[in-house]
Design a protein around this ligand. Structure first.
Ligand code: BTN
Length: 260
């Protein structure tokens, strides 16, 4: 791993744990202790006992069979660029999966899919003092080695792992060693050219113009035809009431364009 990281911004900045409640909690501690100096510190755990997912959910992971890591970010770019961070992470994961022979797509806002099922989730959590950002924890959870029956029942239809898709499982160290240098490049690009992050993601989205999507917005649902992902990561949806730009939510149903 040390070799794989030489020359990457994470070189010398990776903490490893056998077990942690959540790697993102440890990143929050680093942000508290170090402030801007924590930027690009990485925390990796072989087991998470209390992993968090998006929308207040738990994140399921299995010891030695899941990659769970978080990166501390203390951006010097403006807030209009922050939504590029999870997309940059998704692109790094996608490139890494390609190295392991897998063609992944990104389901908005930042789930990584293999064969239509979720293999990886990404969570960007911010710490703010008033309006000013006091750092972010960018968490990545990826299913490396679960067999279908090892997922909780409610996830069996929607989740997958690299083992299920490819028949083999790289070690956590091998996958992290391949991912981290790419992650360094893409995360750095958010500060230098966040528009390029979104441009690069354009062909990676799981959605095609004309697909009929239903989104869960928490208190309500909305349905419409996918138009595109906008320059700040917003999902543009053509609805009965016109084009809506959505920044939060979850795609819960997809009907490909042209299907009846
Ligand atoms: C999702 O719900 O799709 C996002 C899942 C993010 C999980 C990762 S695992 C590493 C980091 N630590 C956590 O507690 N959550 C994130």
């Amino acid at each position: 791993m040390a070799e794989a990281l030489a020359g990457s911004p994470f070189h010398d900045r990776v903490e490893y744990y056998e077990a942690l409640a959540s790697t993102s909690d440890r990143v929050r501690e680093l942000l508290d202790q170090l402030g801007p100096e924590a930027h690009f510190s990485v925390v990796l755990a072989l087991e998470q006992t209390s992993g968090r997912g998006r929308l207040g959910r738990n994140w399921h992971s299995d010891q030695g069979k899941s990659l769970t890591l978080s990166v501390a970010l203390w951006p010097s770019c403006g807030p209009e660029h922050f939504s590029a961070y999870p997309v940059a992470a998704a692109l790094a994961v996608r490139e890494t999966l390609k190295e392991f022979g897998q063609e992944a797509s990104i389901k908005w806002p930042n789930d990584i899919l293999l064969g239509g099922r979720k293999v990886c989730g990404i969570l960007l959590e911010g710490r703010f003092s008033g309006e000013s950002p006091r750092g972010f924890a960018l968490g990545i959870g990826l299913n490396l080695g679960q067999r279908r029956e090892e997922f909780p029942k409610e996830l069996r239809d929607s989740a997958t792992s690299l083992l299920i898709e490819s028949g083999s499982m790289p070690s956590v160290e091998l996958f992290a060693g391949a991912l981290l240098p790419r992650l360094g490049v893409w995360l750095a690009m958010v500060e230098s050219d966040s528009a390029e992050v979104f441009r690069s993601a354009q062909s990676a989205w799981a959605h095609r113009p004309g697909d009929l999507l239903r989104l869960d917005l928490g208190a309500s649902q909305i349905q419409g035809c996918f138009v595109a992902i906008g320059g700040e990561g917003e999902l543009l949806l053509e609805t009965e009431d016109g084009t809506r730009a959505l920044r939060h939510g979850e795609v819960v149903r997809v009907r490909p364009g042209g299907a009846s």
